[in-house]
Structure formats: C-alpha cells, structure tokens
Design a protein around this ligand. Sequence first.
Ligand code: NAP
Length: 293
Amino acid sequence: MASEILDGRKLSSEIEEEIRLKVEKIKKEGGKTPHLAAILVGTDGPSQTYVENKVKACHRVGFESTLLRFSESISQSRLIKEVTRINEDDDIDGLIVQLPLPDHISEEIATETISPLKDVDGFTNQNYGQIIREHHGLLPATPNGVMEMIKRYGIETKGKHAVIVGHSRLVGAPLGLLLSHEGMATVTQCHEFTEDLAKYTRQADILCVAVGKPGLITGDMVKDGVVVIDIGISRVEDPSKKRGFRLSGDVEFDSVSKKASYITPVPGGVGPMTIASLLMNTLKASKLRNASQ
Ligand code: NAP
C-alpha cells in the first residue's frame, strides 16, 4: 500500500496565508496588529532555531514580534519579573517562554506566571484544564497542530482507536484528551512502562508517537492502513550532512510507510503545524483581548 504524505509544510503555508489575510483586514479596518513576544534563555542550538522560526513566521503573516534574549545565568526572580512585565504590557497579545530552561529555574513556576490570556503555547494549568471544555481557551500548540492536520486531511477520528505513545504533559497527554473529547476517538495512552508496546500499536487506526527515540516504531508494529503521526524530533549524528546531524522522528519511515494509509515525514510534518498552531493561538488571543477591552 502506498501511503499519502501528511504534508505539514504545505498545510502550514495554507494556514499562514489565511492568517495573513485576516491580519491585513484587521489593519485595514484600523484594528490592533497581533503581537507575539518570545523569551529565550541561554544559547541552546535547537531552542534558538525554534524561536527564530517562530519569529520569522510572525513576520510572514504580518504580526509584530519581540524576541527577548537572556543569558543562561538569569535568576528565576528576574525572569519572573520579565514575564509579569509582559503580562501587563497591553500591546503584547501572546507570550512564549522557550523550554527547556536552565536547571536553576523552575519551568512550572515560569510557565504558570504567564497570563492564561497570553499563554499561546497553551502550557498553563488554566488552559490545560479547559481542553475538555466545549469553549476551550488557548490549546497546547503541538497537540492542536496535530488535530488541525487530521481535520484538514479529512481523517475520521470518531469511533476510531487512537493509540498515543508518550504521555508527557506538553504533548502526549493533552493530545490524548483532544482526540478523546474533540475527536471522539477511543484512546489508548502508552508510555515508558507499557508492557509489550507493539500489542497496542498494532491495534491503532491512528498512531501518534511523541517520545524522542528514533526508530522506536517499526513496520512490524503497525497494521495495514494505519494513520501515523510522528511527533518526535531528535538530532541523529550524520557525517554526510553539512551540519553533522540529521533530524529523525520516532517512526522508522521506510518500513512503516509501506503499511500506512497516511504518514507524516520528519522534518516537514508536525513541526510546521506547531508553528501554525502558535500563530492561530496568537490571533485568537489578540481577538479575545481586544474584544474584552
Ligand atoms: P518528554 O517529555 O521527554 O516525553 C516523552 C514521553 O515518551 C514520556 O511520556 C515517556 O514516558 C515516553 N517514553 C519514553 N520512552 C518510551 C518508550 N520506550 N516507549 C514508550 N514511551 C516512552 O518529551 P515530549 O516533550 O513529549 O516530546 C516528545 C518528542 O516530541 C521529542 O522528540 C520532542 O523533541 C518532540 N516534539 C516535537 C514537537 C514538534 O513540533 N514536532 C513539539 C514538541 C515536542 P514516561 O513519562 O513514562 O517516561
């Protein structure tokens, strides 16, 4: 069976174009331009790339953006002050604090300080709790990007068996909630201590993998016709590449794509959808804040 590629780059470009047109209209009508602020602590290579890509995406759709860089040694209290200052800045609609943070700063305290109204990554407890509400707040960016991809490709979730490998607070767990509540799928959530992982993955109509272990899922672990969403991104050493590494998902693409009906590539699958989702959240946050002012 030849599988169809779930093309996150193409889809995210379409979403960006839709947002760009909406922003153009807001500006023409004299409304406020959505503004995203990002905080980056330290010089971690992947984090810098992620944040820079988010800022570039803001420019493409016509948002304003502010990137605040701090050294690795910034204290927790200073960082919290910055977050609080941005919470109170009326011009800024959305704020992301790029994770991971250095060990001396609590990620939970830092993210919980973000105003839920500006929490466009959807990380705060308040937004998390609203995932299962009908009129939810700002949804976690990566799981929401996955749901958007599933919807736009017309993939049926209702009544299907969705198996999610990984149950992290930021990705696997909220995706399970979304697929169960919004998608009306029957969800099985697997993790590090799941015994006989393949027993579950072979039952999946929709298999989402968010672990960070390249090649974890192989062709013999899936059934024919499965929809595969590979969320994992890891750097794998590769001397043949200029940068010395390549990006790899958790799914062994060659063997799994022979059986899947749909499959995401890595890179070019969920990654661009996460950025599109962040832009959708920023536009939503801006609209909600400006409607209430
Ligand atoms: P994480 O917090 O480290 O969580 C990994 C999850 O995988 C945990 O729930 C863990 O279970 C589970 N796990 C570990 N080993 C396993 C195994 N052998 N079998 C089954 N489950 C196992 O990571 P994360 O933040 O969720 O991210 C997961 C991956 O997605 C990473 O590669 C990350 O870079 C990528 N990611 C991509 C995007 C994107 O935009 N494409 C966005 C976010 C994250 P336990 O909790 O029981 O240990």
